[in-house]
Ligand binder design. Structure first.
Ligand code: ZN
Ligand code: FE
Length: 239
């Protein structure tokens, strides 16, 4: 079975290393190369693929050094290939790619950036969400509209409840404070925050997050329409 390692990088980013039983590995969103190389060396893994969810540096700045060190192939949204650079394979919505015997489904999820994608791995019940969706939060609307992001969220909402989400940042507690401000009486939210607080006190990531819990607690994901999402996002920007 392929394993997923959560690598804290930069200030509050996560890169994820997927290690197959044969020692081949892929990395999602390497915003820095060093910690990824250190992990690969320590666990004697061969990096075959680099995947990016979007073009921001904290998600792809490690690409080139990793490619030079390992010869790995870079896979990224086709719409952002020029911004990212040295992309070997551009992907679009609905693409299915097999990496180290695992099926990756590409979901276009514009909003944070216009070309943002999520990678869905049905066999692992896993969704890599980049800065589209965080635990208890969502990315800022830098390029897309609230309408774009709301439609992206409706796609995520169709995934099975037992999907685990792996976002690009550790923002759970800060996001949780905002969700609690909006929905003070949501007991599922109170539970998620308590559990996340305990994990963070032990220096542990709050990631991955069960999509079932996000569906009950994340006020952005639960927005009824684009207008409500827009109002929440604007309020969060000032929170
Ligand atoms: Zn970003
Ligand atoms: Fe980011």
């Amino acid at each position: 079975m392929t394993t997923i390692a959560v690598l804290p990088i930069l200030k509050d980013n996560y890169a994820y290393v997927l290690a197959a039983p044969d020692g081949n590995a892929a990395v999602i969103d390497p915003g820095a190369a060093e910690p990824v190389l250190a992990y690969l060396n320590k666990h004697r893994l061969r990096l075959t693929h680099i995947l990016n969810t979007h073009h921001h540096g904290d998600h792809c700045a490690g690409n080139i050094a990793l490619k030079q060190a390992t010869g790995a192939i870079i896979i990224a949204p086709a719409a952002e290939a020029d911004a990212i650079g040295s992309v070997d394979h551009g992907v679009v919505d609905g693409d299915r790619i097999v990496i180290n015997h695992l099926d990756f489904q590409v979901m276009a999820t514009p909003g944070h950036t216009l070309g943002s994608v999520c990678f869905y791995l049905p066999a692992l019940k896993t969704l890599f969400t980049g800065d589209t969706l965080f635990s208890l939060g969502c990315g800022r609307l830098f390029e897309g509209t609230a309408e774009d992001l709301w439609r992206s969220f409706q796609k995520v909402m169709t995934l099975p409840d037992d999907t685990m989400i792996y976002p690009g940042h550790e923002y759970t507690l800060a996001n949780g404070a905002f969700c609690l401000h909006i929905k003070p009486n949501n007991t599922d939210l109170q539970e998620r925050i308590a559990e996340s607080t305990a994990l963070q006190k032990q220096g542990q990531p709050t990631i991955p997050a069960p999509l079932a819990v996000e569906k009950k607690t994340n006020v952005f994901l639960r927005a009824h329409d684009a207008n409500q999402l827009s109002m929440l996002r604007k309020e969060k920007d000032k929170f």
